[in-house]
Design a protein around this ligand. Structure first.
Ligand code: AMP
Length: 325
């Protein structure tokens, strides 16, 4: 391990050692990488330092319950807490810490940096997932890595790299996964049921998306899924974001956006993927953000959805022009 990384890991372990109250948070609308990294790190700190009070906070997601339970805690009671922020770069998207007066922040994340700056900060856009980062940390320090922790970390890496298909997968990802599997000896094949089990309704909904996606001459794909369609296919609105990664490697598509209206929060939820132009800088102009080729946005007005769509279409046109030169 190179010295800079070794020093960083020493600082990370030191700040964890310095606090007996620790709250671990991640982004709203969590995916398996967010929840798995949070639960794995909580379980590791608790197993390493049994006297510490460590809480993984934020809203639970029923379908990810196989990763483990989150904690219900009155954060106002904590007077000297370390906040660990995982998998999210901006305060506005951190879930469940409104009542916490924390003393310091440890941040570990693979998104481009935004306004959260940790007292100890490990931000690395080159990583496939936050679980890849937590795996490295546990493999290279005395923090405990047991079977359940390793299973969660593996699932988070597989999910966020989309089975090692996405551009965020590196040689280091494979090296870390090898070390994780070699040390823990988990039965990783049997874990895939949890991530990939789905109903036939969801498959039919996938077919609907394929049949109804509008694709522009510039390779920009767009679909607005109405609530009538969700009802017809008997799927939740989360089925839309679940499908967005399934549209990689289609010749005619270089960027695509899926839109669904979230009635509870009164916003349009947008998922965007690209294998051409960089999209997070565009998404950030529309109350969104994310990674270079995987972003999202939350919009109040449908006109803004249309504007975002048009801007992405222009980015596709510019990308195609650049490629042809
Ligand atoms: P999703 O399409 O929801 O899977 O999100 C893809 C990436 O974009 C993830 O890294 C999310 O954390 C990020 N993201 C999604 N929505 C937003 C948003 N409204 N603001 C900033 N980042 C977002």
């Amino acid at each position: 391990m190179i010295t800079i990384k070794r020093d960083l890991f020493k600082q990370i372990v030191k700040i964890i050692k310095n606090y007996d109250e620790i709250v671990i948070a991640r982004h709203i609308g969590p995916d398996p990488d967010a929840i798995a990294s949070q639960i794995a790190l909580r379980d590791s700190i608790k197993a390493t330092f049994p006297h510490k009070k460590v809480y993984a906070v934020g809203a639970g997601v029923y379908k990810f319950r196989y990763l483990g339970n989150l904690d219900k805690v009155d954060l106002k009671e904590l007077k000297n807490a370390l906040l660990i922020v995982l998998d999210v770069p901006n305060f506005i998207r951190v879930d469940g810490i409104e009542d916490l007066a924390y003393k310091a922040i440890l941040k570990i994340d693979h998104h481009p940096a935004e306004d959260i700056i940790g007292t100890v900060d490990w931000t690395d856009e080159g990583k496939s997932s936050t679980c890849e980062m937590i795996s490295e940390l546990l493999l290279d320090t005395k923090l405990v890595l047991d079977t359940k922790i390793a299973e969660n970390l593996y699932l988070g890496i597989v999910f966020d790299s989309d089975r090692f298909l996405l551009q965020n997968t590196s040689l280091e990802t494979f090296n870390t996964v090898y070390r994780l599997l070699n040390q823990s000896r988990i039965n990783f094949v049997s874990l895939y049921d949890n991530l990939y089990d789905r109903s036939i309704n969801e498959e039919k909904f996938h077919a609907y998306l394929t049949n109804n996606l509008e694709i522009s001459d510039n390779g920009m794909g767009f679909i607005h899924v109405t609530n009538d369609i969700l009802e017809k296919y008997k799927v939740e609105n989360s089925a839309v974001s679940n499908q967005v990664n399934n549209f990689f490697f289609i010749n005619e598509l270089i960027c695509w956006m899926f839109v669904v209206y979230d009635e509870k929060n009164e916003i349009f939820k947008v998922n965007i993927r690209s294998r051409g132009p960089i999209i997070n800088e565009i998404a950030s102009k529309y109350n969104g953000g994310g990674h270079k080729y995987a972003s999202g946005a939350r919009l109040k007005k449908y006109q803004d959805v249309e504007k975002l769509h048009q801007e992405l279409d222009r980015a596709c046109a510019a990308y195609l022009k650049e490629q042809s030169n």
